[in-house]
Ligand binder design. Structure first.
Ligand code: TA6
Length: 298
């Protein structure tokens, strides 16, 4: 059980906190509807498995599992910037939110209704060193027959700010070479594997036969991963998000990542719910913004 005093009471036989040897603390959830695990570092969903289904999310067996280190899989929370910070290669990729411990603001639910947990990360000395602005971020996670993840950001300061964000979800698939993704047909995208060239998808569902690293601007549609190998479809519905990122590292990039098994690339696919680049979010003092993804395994 967790030793930290600043946690809400667990829900007996449904949701409880566990300190791991590596220094992370996980909230473990098990209900009639689904099981899930969430690391308090990064408010990071590392497991979501609806009752009767295979796990929906991928986590690398080589992932680091320690404070201050990104977890390679699940749903990394990218905030307040995406990928490398322009002009600051020394700063952590995808921002600092995923490598900070979040507070647990509330925990509620039951075996029958599912569980809702709210995590909170506020600006402090460490965040201001990297991003000198006053914010409060909340991650609201609802674990039920669907997984609903919402990232809410509030400008608590007295100057406007602009931020990028992504729920960088790693989905578990049978074989990325055999799945297809619908919802982005005809959309324009920037191809990170080809100098960020601007290209356009055809009318066919997206399929994968090489490294894929694409940012689709101004896309709000629901995406569906059709996975015949696991005889399932995973629907990613979203709100408050205008960018979609699709990523699979393929062979060379997989081999280049120390926290990713060389043979793991066929078993995962990232469909990311985001606001990046020109879709970054601007908040005036006192304003707030919410972005959510609803993941449904069918
Ligand atoms: O979302 C795709 C991407 O930006 C890729 O370019 C790759 O860098 C991936 O994210 C993983 O980033 P990470 O910092 O977690 O290694």
């Amino acid at each position: 059980m967790s030793s930290s005093a600043l946690l809400p009471p667990s829900i007996p036989d449904v949701a409880s906190f566990h300190d791991e040897p590596g220094g992370l603390t996980f909230l473990r959830i098990k209900t009639a509807l689904a099981t899930a695990e969430i690391s308090l570092d990064g408010a990071h969903v590392t497991r979501y498995q609806p009752a009767g289904c295979e796990p929906a999310l991928f986590v690398s067996r080589s992932s680091a599992m320690a404070p201050g280190k990104p977890i390679r899989g699940g749903i990394p929370v990218c905030f307040p910037w995406f990928s490398a910070r322009a002009g600051h290669p020394e700063l952590p990729a995808h921002g600092f939110a995923r490598i900070r411990r979040w507070d647990v603001e509330s925990l509620s639910g039951s075996n029958e209704s599912g569980v809702t947990v709210v995590f909170r990360l506020g600006a402090d000395h460490a965040t201001r060193e990297l991003w000198p602005l006053d914010f409060v971020a909340r991650m609201r996670v609802v674990v039920g027959r669907k997984l609903n993840v919402a990232l809410e950001v509030e400008n608590c300061g007295d100057v406007p700010f602009r931020f990028e964000e992504a729920l960088h979800t790693y989905f578990c698939v049978s074989d990325v070479r055999k799945v297809s993704v619908t919802g982005l047909e005809g959309a324009a995208y920037f191809d990170k594997t080809d100098g960020f060239q601007r290209k356009e998808l055809g009318s066919e569902p997206l399929r994968f036969d090489a490294e894929c690293d694409r940012v689709f601007p101004r896309t709000t549609s629901t995406c569906v991963i059709d996975d015949p190998g696991l005889r399932r479809k995973i629907t990613v519905e979203k709100s408050g998000s205008h960018s979609t990122v699709v990523w699979n590292p393929w062979i060379a990039k997989a081999a280049a990542m120390a926290d990713f098994g060389d043979d793991e690339w066929p078993g995962m696919l990232c469909i990311e719910t985001a606001n990046v680049g020109d879709d970054a979010v601007s908040l005036a003092p006192g304003e707030a913004h919410a972005m959510s993804a609803i993941i449904h395994v069918q």
